[in-house]
Design a protein around this ligand. Structure first.
Ligand code: MN
Length: 219
């Protein structure tokens, strides 16, 4: 044992700083009835946890030094599909959890409200456009509200676990709100009724968090 330990301190084995799941800021049942407790528990502790673990496994194989997640995303074409899928999966879910809260009937306020009105005309138009992006994403993927290089708000979607930060993405910018439309995000409660899930999800968006994300993105 002593030999193994002394060897491992000299042989240059690199262990990257692990990427970690942040604790949920609310209980698994806190988003009921919009998202049921069992879906949240499986989604967070199984699906998202697996992305984080597999990202760390891929990083240990492929990286020579620890890198910020955003830097990985921006150069994702340099890495394996394992790192792309799981790095995106980790990033996307961490944003997703933070952008939700128990239903409070709140609406966008402050600079977010102003930006939504100036880019989309009204909250209703914005909601329709983001819902449309979620509904027209064929198969698994995400719908996004993101800030483009001109610091304008944009709406779009990406397949699988891609996101607008990735150099491989046809839509590019900084995501400030993401909607998971993989079936694992809604199937237990909604089955094939993605539209109902999408419509209900707007009631549990943490608009204050999205506003904070916008403030950071336009700096
Ligand atoms: Mn998911």
């Amino acid at each position: 044992m002593g030999l193994v330990n002394s060897l491992s301190s000299f042989d240059g084995n690199f262990q990257p700083t692990p990427y970690l799941q942040a604790p949920l800021g609310y209980g698994f049942g806190a988003l009921e009835p919009m998202i049921d407790s069992m879906t949240m528990e499986i989604h967070y502790t199984k699906h998202a946890a697996a992305y984080t673990k597999n990202l760390n496994d891929a990083a240990a194989m492929e990286l020579k030094e620890s890198k910020p997640l955003v830097e990985l995303m921006r150069n994702i074409s340099s890495y394996s599909s394992k790192l792309r899928n799981n790095g995106g999966g980790h990033y996307n879910h961490e944003l997703f959890w933070k952008c939700m809260q128990p239903a409070g009937g709140s609406l966008p306020d402050g600079i977010l409200k102003n930006a939504i009105n100036s880019n989309f005309g009204s909250y209703e138009n914005f909601k329709n456009k983001l819902s449309d992006a979620a509904m027209t994403r064929f198969g698994s993927g995400w719908a996004w509200l993101y800030v483009d290089e001109k610091k304008s708000l944009q709406i779009g979607s990406t397949p699988n676990q891609d996101n607008p930060l990735m150099d491989v993405s046809p839509i590019k910018g900084i995501p400030i709100l993401g909607l998971d439309v993989w079936e694992h995000a809604y199937y237990l409660k909604y089955q094939n009724r993605r539209a109902e899930y999408v419509s209900n999800w707007f009631n549990i968006v943490n608009w204050k968090e999205v506003e904070n994300n916008l403030r950071v993105a336009v700096k």
